[in-house]
Design a protein around this ligand. Structure first.
Ligand code: COA
Ligand code: ADP
Length: 199
């Protein structure tokens, strides 16, 4: 039987950190952030649609997406964010599902999908299990400001565009509390994978 595991959290909660650990154990992890970069390369369908919807000013002179500019637009304007989501998310889902099929054809039995907006998109039914990477709000803010060199306002605008992690707790099957050290989180991950009989 094939298994599909959803890994989620919030911005800077530690999804990539946990994803790396999962990959080191030999599993395939598909990353929705990578998918969202692929589907907006020049020539792709989402590229044309985003250009029509948002205009030339969010693109660089070489035609590539100016990510900082589009980020400034959508993290400060809910209507525009939902518009971008409506263009990007079907393309991201298709990219992820195509890669997943390839992994299963290679003979893999389990695939993880790292999706920041899994619960916002009400996608839990598509997964056999969901794992939430959780941190307290103050830790999330601190780590985001440090990782991206964001001001408090820039960081809060991004955090507030997502469902609070405290609300995601009730929706997840399994939780990794990533407030502590990476080693502590790794131990929690191993326990969950053993419980799910994946190790
Ligand atoms: C707006 C955008 C161009 C900004 O690009 P960027 O500055 O390079 O930022 P990233 O793509 O690395 O995104 C940073 C984080 O913002 C959050 N984020 C991205 N798009 C978001 C959205 N539409 N709504 C809420 N949060 C979003 C994610 O949590 C993301 O990843 P992380 O949790 O792994 O840190 C880009 O985020 C984008 O294309 N977003 C739309 C696609 C999307 O919804 N992606 C999320 C996964 S499907
Ligand atoms: N347990 C931890 N202790 C200290 N720093 C951490 C821990 N987990 C993640 N980080 C750091 O916090 C930031 C956000 O983690 P990251 O894995 O990039 O989150 P996400 O993929 O959810 O956005 C990164 O700079 C990362 O190195």
């Amino acid at each position: 039987m094939y298994k599909i595991i959803g890994l989620t959290g919030g911005i800077a909660s530690g999804k990539s950190t946990i994803s790396k650990m999962i990959e080191q154990l030999g599993f395939t992890v598909l990353d929705a952030d990578i998918a969202s970069r692929k589907v907006i390369e020049p020539g792709e369908e989402a590229y044309t649609k985003v250009k029509e919807a948002f205009g030339e000013h969010i693109f660089n002179e070489d035609g590539t997406l100016n990510r900082a500019e589009l980020g400034n637009v959508i993290f400060n304007n809910e209507e525009k964010r939902l518009l971008l989501n409506s263009i990007m998310h079907p393309a991201v889902r298709k990219w992820m599902n195509d890669r997943q099929e390839e992994a299963f054809k290679r003979g893999e039995k389990v695939v993880f999908q790292d999706i920041p907006l899994l619960f916002e998109g009400n996608m839990q039914k598509s997964f056999d299990h969901t794992i939430l990477v959780y941190v307290e709000a103050d830790v999330q803010l601190q780590r985001l400001m440090e990782r991206n060199n964001f001001s408090k306002e820039e960081a809060l605008a991004r955090i507030r565009s997502q469902m609070p992690l405290s609300e995601k707790l009730a929706l997840a099957d399994e939780v990794i509390n990533n407030n502590g050290t990476e080693e502590e989180s790794k131990q929690q991950l191993l326990n969950i994978l053993k419980k799910l009989e994946l190790l």
